[in-house]
Ligand binder design. Structure first.
Ligand code: FPP
Length: 256
């Protein structure tokens, strides 16, 4: 840490932490290309940033972390890159699962991971089963995930329940819709972070981020680290969240 960098760990108010942090990990390819290396090298390096972020969230006691690892659109990438990402996912799970489990982390996948390669499905299922009863941080990895896809899936689930007479049309409300999403039972993200200077949402958690605060970091994902995460959280704590209401003189507004 340089002399001028504030010690965000000291500055952060532990009683005002975001309950749920969502991250769009962007810039792996650019990070590698800047070093004249293949894009896959950036993904490998990005895995270390992810490790730091997960550890820091556990250390702080964040309830829920969601990362965008592979979108429904990422299949359009060259086959080699897609294969590399799938293998990296298996490697990540194999390397980290014991540590995650020890820390009480409950791993979840957002997205239809059944269409991933067999090896990935096996590793995911093992990790999900192993950590299913854990009571600590919920760690969601969005894989083959797209928010519009998720919303359509939820609409179909609810429609099916209506068709089967299990749900009345009048009972379809925000709470029922939220329960039909992959993030069922979890608080909505309070803080959405995107790296690499891109300022878009790219079909990520469209329903859930209705009241999220956004933090855009210019750093490429492999350069993102503990200090940057702490800074994002500190910046989040400086925001005045009103949830459509009025300023509450430092008191918490209602939680949407
Ligand atoms: C975006 O960078 C990143 C991804 C599409 C994949 C994210 C994957 C990791 C962080 C690797 C480790 C994690 C797991 C769980 C496998 P980009 O390739 O879009 O970068 P660019 O915009 O510079 O091209």
């Amino acid at each position: 840490m340089s002399r001028t960098t504030p010690d965000y760990m000291q500055l952060i108010k532990k009683e005002k932490l975001p309950r749920h942090i969502a991250i769009i990990m962007d810039g792996n390819g650019r990070w590698a290309q800047k070093r004249l290396m293949p894009r896959t090298f950036g993904h490998r390096s990005g895995m270390n940033s992810l490790k730091q972020v997960v550890e820091t969230c556990c250390e702080l006691g964040i309830s829920c972390l969601t990362v965008f690892a592979f979108s429904t659109e990422n299949w359009k990438r060259p086959r080699d890159e897609v294969n590399y990402l799938m293998n990296l996912l298996v490697e990540y799970i194999n390397k980290e699962i014991e540590e995650l489990h020890k820390n009480g982390v409950r791993l979840q996948v957002l997205g239809d991971y059944r269409s991933l390669p067999e090896k990935s499905i096996k590793a995911i299922d093992l990790a999900l089963n192993k950590t299913a009863a854990n009571q600590g941080m919920v760690f969601n990895i969005a894989l083959n995930y797209g928010a519009r896809d998720e919303i359509i899936r939820a609409a179909r689930l609810l429609a099916k329940q209506v068709e089967e007479g299990l749900l009345a049309v009048e009972d379809i409300n925000e709470a029922a819709f939220s329960r039909a999403l992959y993030t069922s039972g979890l608080p909505d993200p309070d803080l959405l972070i995107r790296t690499a200077g891109e300022m878009r949402v790219s079909n990520f958690l469209l329903w859930q981020i209705a009241y999220a605060e956004f933090w855009f970091s210019p750093l490429l994902w492999p350069d993102f680290n503990k200090q940057e995460l702490l800074r994002a959280i500190w910046e989040f704590q400086q925001r005045d969240r009103r949830f459509g209401g009025l300023k509450t003189n430092g008191q918490e507004g209602h939680h949407a």
